[in-house]
Design a protein around this ligand. Structure first.
Ligand code: NAG
Ligand code: NAG
Ligand code: NAG
Ligand code: NAG
Length: 457
């Protein structure tokens, strides 16, 4: 009797496994629900944070202590400033509109020959709606909450509950709801108990976190100037993109003329959003191979390069206000530490956008290639350092820490939790005074008002 029951259960289980396996593999290679699309590392600013720190896939609260470098074990952290991009978000209205158009095209016109296309038609539901408005996704809440918890592990002496509760931590955010909600989620991660949460207030500050929207010269020369993104337009109309669009049309078996740049971008977004928001390796991802993804990634990098980075001088300069705010505060902290041995502003958290971080990283000369990114040099830029997929995924963060060391105050910088040596400095955790002399021109020049004033010459 018992044996019969066991046999039956085994039989049922076996069938479930087979059915499940058959279902999962209906669109080629996907074998486990946790599987990562092979193209996930090319999602640019729409990428998942776990792709830049892959050990987090197994344990989201892990920190890799072996990478933390300090010149001496006698150094102790006295301050941390964290500039953080919001977490995983839902698409904006205009992107949803394009995604819906592309979905309709697939349902209406595409063949069913590819398994993934029949899977989209029969099983996939268009759940993106025009009112999502770029809101923070549930996954985005988790992103920031877990980052908060990891920062406690990275800087235990600075983020003790005691210090957090006693006014040592300042939270600032852009007024955009996805940033405000990211900050709320981060605070939940810092506060180990619900009942303390309301003790920590959140300040909205767009002058610092959305400086790009207030820099007149940037708005005139880049944001509202069609010609500023000429290279992006040329690439999107160029041979590499054309070939990629034709490949997509061939897979769908639709005429080449029905695929526009908007539709291929929407298809790529459908793959990336399903993955980042829901953790799914969806059938949409099957519409791209790695070569296609490299082209899509380059297009998006070109846009960041010309709109937010080295493409135009004003892009990096627009972040002067944030740069100066950082050093103004660090100076005050060092001064206070020098005279009293204590610090009142222990941790400052500033939550903003990819557009907040990229110009600042550019001002610091990070990810600068010898040759500019252009519409014509996709092939020779394969090994570029300017890859937004690697440095500004959702939840990207720049961590600046001050340390009290036997030889004085030192400054350590990490990007996405990984230590980095600032370009032009020889040490990974240099003396604070050396950092300041390295940036002396920016500290005395780089004045927001002058830089952003429209020059009428
Ligand atoms: C931690 O960082 C070290 C040094 O970069 C690296 O060799 C190691 O693989 C990392 N550990 C994990 C789990 O990623
Ligand atoms: C922000 O969080 C609040 C509270 O959880 C929620 O009601 C609201 O819908 C969220 N807004 C966005 C834009 O995510
Ligand atoms: C702090 O002390 C160091 C070493 O005495 C000195 O070089 C530095 O100028 C002081 N900084 C400030 C802001 O007071
Ligand atoms: C990129 O780097 C790889 C490995 O170092 C090298 O084989 C390849 O030629 C480089 N490609 C370009 C375009 O520089």
């Amino acid at each position: 009797m018992v044996k019969q029951v066991v046999t039956t259960i085994c039989f049922i289980l076996f069938h479930c496994v087979i059915c499940y396996w058959a279902f999962r593999s209906s669109c080629n290679i996907h074998s486990s629900p946790k599987s990562v699309p092979t193209i996930a590392k090319y999602f640019g600013t729409k990428g998942r944070y776990e792709e830049v720190n892959t050990y987090l896939i197994d344990d989201i609260l892990a920190i890799n202590n072996s990478i933390a470098t300090l010149p001496s074990s006698k150094c102790s952290a006295i301050h941390l400033t964290a500039i953080i991009r919001h977490g995983t978000r839902l698409p904006s209205n205009s992107k949803v509109h394009n995604m819906l158009d592309f979905y309709n095209l697939v349902v209406r016109d595409a063949s069913d020959k590819l398994n993934c296309l029949s899977e989209i038609k029969s099983h996939w539901t268009m759940w993106y709606t025009g009112d999502m408005d770029g809101q923070l996704a549930d996954k985005g809440n988790d992103d920031l909450r877990y980052l908060g918890q990891r920062l406690i592990k990275w800087f235990p002496s600075l983020l003790s509950l005691d210090k957090v509760r006693n006014g040592g931590v300042k939270l600032m955010t852009s007024s955009k709801h996805r940033c405000v909600n990211s900050t709320i989620a981060f605070r939940t991660g810092l506060m180990q108990e619900e009942r303390f949460i309301s003790e920590l207030e959140i300040e909205e500050n767009d002058a610092l976190m959305r400086y790009f929207a207030q820099c007149e010269r940037f708005l005139k020369e880049v944001e509202n100037n069609e010609n500023a993104l000429e290279e992006v337009k040329r690439f999107n109309e160029g041979p590499e993109m054309k070939r990629t669009m034709e490949k997509l049309a061939d897979r769908l078996e639709v005429p080449y003329s029905s695929i526009t740049y908007d539709s291929i971008e929407a298809a790529f977004y459908l793959c990336s959003y399903e993955f980042t928001i829901k953790g799914l390796n969806s059938p949409w991802c099957e519409l791209f191979d790695e070569a296609d993804a490299l082209v899509m990634e380059y297009s998006s990098d070109l846009k960041q390069y010309w709109k937010r980075s080295y493409g135009h001088e004003i892009n990096r300069k627009s972040s002067c206000i944030l740069f100066r705010d950082l050093f103004y505060r660090l100076d005050r902290i060092v001064g206070q530490f020098n005279s009293s041995g204590t610090v009142s502003e222990i941790v400052t958290v500033q939550v903003g956008h990819a557009e907040t971080l990229i110009p600042l990283l550019t001002l610091l000369d990070m990810f600068k290639d010898d040759t500019p990114l252009k519409s014509t040099n996709f092939a020779t830029q394969q090994n570029r350092t300017f890859r937004s997929s690697r440095f500004v995924p959702y939840t990207a963060n720049l961590l600046v820490a001050l340390y009290d060391c036997p030889d004085g105050i030192r400054m350590g910088v990490r990007l996405n939790e990984k230590p980095l040596t600032l370009p032009g400095l020889s040490e990974s955790v240099p003396m604070y005074e050396d950092v300041k002399s390295h940036y002396s021109a920016l500290l005395s020049g780089c004045d927001q008002e002058t830089v952003c004033k429209i020059n009428n010459l």
